[in-house]
Every structure is written in C-alpha cells, then in structure tokens.
Design a protein around this ligand. Structure first.
Ligand code: GTP
Length: 328
C-alpha cells in the first residue's frame, strides 16, 4: 500500500515556529512529527510514503532523510507552485505515473493518531467506495470539516469549517482513494479536496467510517502542547521513552540545582536551565538557555532561544534564536 502525505502547507497558525521549519518537520517531543506518521503507517502495512512537499521542501526532506524510515520507502515530490490539498495529490500521482496503485491512502501531514487503517481499508473495499474518509467524533466541530452520513456510512453532506460550535463527526484527514477520484482534480491548479472534490463525490461513492482511538491535529500551539503531554503521559502509544511521566529531558540538557522543571516539560538536547528558574507545561526545543529566576509556563520555544534572567513567558510561542531580555 502507498500513502501520499500532504506536507506542503505553510502552517501559519504555528508561526513563528514554522517560519523556518514546515509544521510536519517540527520536533514533537524527541523526533520530527513525520516520524510518528511513518511509524504508524508502517504498522498498517504501508510500504511507501510519498511526501507531497511545497513550503521549504529542503528542510522537510532533511527531517527524515532519503531512503527509508521504519521499513517504509520514502519518496519526495515538490510542487512548483501552490496546489492546495487536492492539487497536491494530483501532482504527486502524476509524478508517480504508473507506479501509483489503483487504490492508495492520502493523509494530512499534521495529524497524530493511532487509527486502525486496516478497518478503514476494509470498509472501503466492502462498500466498493471511490473515497472513504476516516471520521472522528468531536465536541466542537467548528474548526473542522463536518460530515453527515447515513446508517451504512454513505456521506450525505460534507461541510468544510462551518464555524458553528456543535458536536459532530469530522473529517480526520485520512482517506482511502481510488485512482478514479484523480479525474475530478484538474491538473496544474490550486484545488482543495475539502471544498472542491468531496462535495462533488457526495452520492457518488463518498463514504465515511467513524474510528475511535487517539486523534489530534497539531496545527495550533495549544494542540501541539496537548499532543506533547498525550505522548509523554501515555494517552497515545508511540516509540518515545519519557524521562518521567510528562517529562522529557534530552541529551546534554542541564538543570541547575534549585531550578524547577515539570512535572510537564520538554527540554530539548543541550538546553540549560539556571538556578531559581521555572519551566512548566512548556516545550523548549534544542539549545535553549533559561536564565536564573526566569519563569516559563505554557510556552513553546524554537531551537536556540535565550531567555534572560528573571524574564517571564506565559503562553508564548518564540521563534528560532530569539533573545528574551532579562528582567530585574
Ligand atoms: P495553517 O496555515 O495553519 O492552516 O496550516 P497548513 O498550511 O498546514 O494548512 P492545513 O492545516 O489546512 O493543511 C492540512 C494539511 O495539508 C497539512 O499537512 C498541510 O501541510 C497540507 N497542505 C495544505 N496545503 C497544501 C499544498 O498546497 N500542498 C501540499 N503538498 N500540502 C498542503
């Protein structure tokens, strides 16, 4: 089975973290986010992942490198211009040509999940669908694509980001597609699968399957942090080995005596926390320094940030190599 993974977006909601690193290449706990995706796909028999790249493709490519990861072959295609979620699938498919299977998976590259993809594939096959969407039940569907289906899973309505706060089954960003769906995507243009393709497939082979398990899209700072704690506290099974529940201290990180780190925190490799400083509910990517008496809560710091003595950060997202001035 092949999977096309969309990793070309600009990740605007995670700026400034995504100014220099595409969202799917950001470190989540101790590895690039994409590593979780590929490790999950490997468990469901995916043999090749095709990364559909757009924004900062070289940084993305460097995250997992060439060759393979977790036994899965890695292929990269790079869009020459902005294609949108469907245009990107079409471009990747055209790049693969005859090498693309008749049936394949397509996935958003920013979702941490342990969904049973075998069940999704089985449902797709049994119903002879053209496209089958993984659905996830949420309390507030406002930020997602809301999907209504009949008792047999045929999709009756597909409403992209309604903005209405109501519980519902939403598009989880994981699809089984037949090649024939590609005919609905005009080439060399920006086309959205959510807005332009799925609504046209309603009543014509579009199905959904409600899955349970863990599902989190890491596209905002709050959800990026929540995914971090879910990994470190074992609510989703991954290959990460926490230092303690809720805590990861990377190689060479140093915590001075009298500093308080955690119970929830990630200190990336080479970070230092000086005496009297406090780091709680926060992620510090590699090489950050926290000065004496500084206080960091609910924040995400890109690599190389220096926080001056006595400074306070709460709910902050700080870009690479920035300097937060000391405060007396
Ligand atoms: P925001 O700007 O914060 O909305 O993030 P985003 O750019 O990642 O957009 P969104 O979360 O809606 O995208 C869902 C998935 O599709 C992500 O994995 C994106 O990387 C990917 N994606 C969005 N647009 C494109 C595109 O034009 N090309 C490719 N290859 N992937 C895309």
């Amino acid at each position: 089975m092949q999977a096309i993974v969309l990793v070309g977006g600009e990740g605007t909601r995670l700026r400034p973290l995504t100014d220099t690193i595409p969202k799917p290449a950001l470190t989540l706990v101790d590895r690039p986010f994409l590593a979780y995706m590929v490790e999950w796909l490997a468990e469901h028999g995916v043999s090749e992942v095709v990364f559909a790249c757009g924004f900062l493709p070289d940084v993305l490519r460097a995250a997992l490198g060439e060759g393979e990861h977790a036994g899965v072959r890695l292929t990269y295609v790079i869009e020459p211009d902005r294609r949108g979620t469907a245009g990107a699938i079409r471009f990747a498919a055209d790049s693969l040509g005859d090498r693309l299977d008749e049936r394949f998976l397509a996935l958003n590259g920013d979702v941490l999940t342990n969904f049973d993809l075998d069940a999704l594939l089985r449902a797709h096959e049994e119903r002879r669908a053209r496209a089958t969407l993984a659905l996830f039940a949420v309390e507030d569907a406002a930020a997602y694509g809301l999907v209504r289906s009949d008792g047999d899973g045929a999709v009756l309505q597909f409403l992209e980001k309604t903005g209405e706060a109501a519980p519902g089954e939403v598009n989880a960003g994981a699809y089984v597609l037949e090649r024939s769906v590609l005919d609905l995507i005009p080439p060399e243009r920006e086309v959205s699968i959510e807005r332009d393709v799925f609504p046209r497939l309603v009543g014509d082979g579009l199905h959904g399957l409600l899955l349970d398990g863990y599902w989190m899209d890491i596209g905002t700072p709050a959800r990026y942090l929540q995914a971090t704690w879910d990994i470190l506290e074992g609510r989703v099974q991954t290959r990460v080995r926490p230092t303690a529940p809720g805590l990861l201290v990377g190689a060479g990180a140093e915590i001075a005596e009298g500093a308080a780190v955690g119970p929830r925190a990630v200190l990336g490799p080479g970070c230092t926390v000086a005496a009297g400083a406090e780091v709680r509910d926060s992620v510090l990517l590699g090489g950050c320094d926290v000065g004496a008496g500084a206080r960091i809560t609910g924040s995400v710091l890109a690599p190389g940030v220096k926080v001056g003595a006595g400074a306070c950060l709460s709910g902050a997202v700080v870009g690479r190599d920035e300097i937060v001035p000391a405060r007396r």
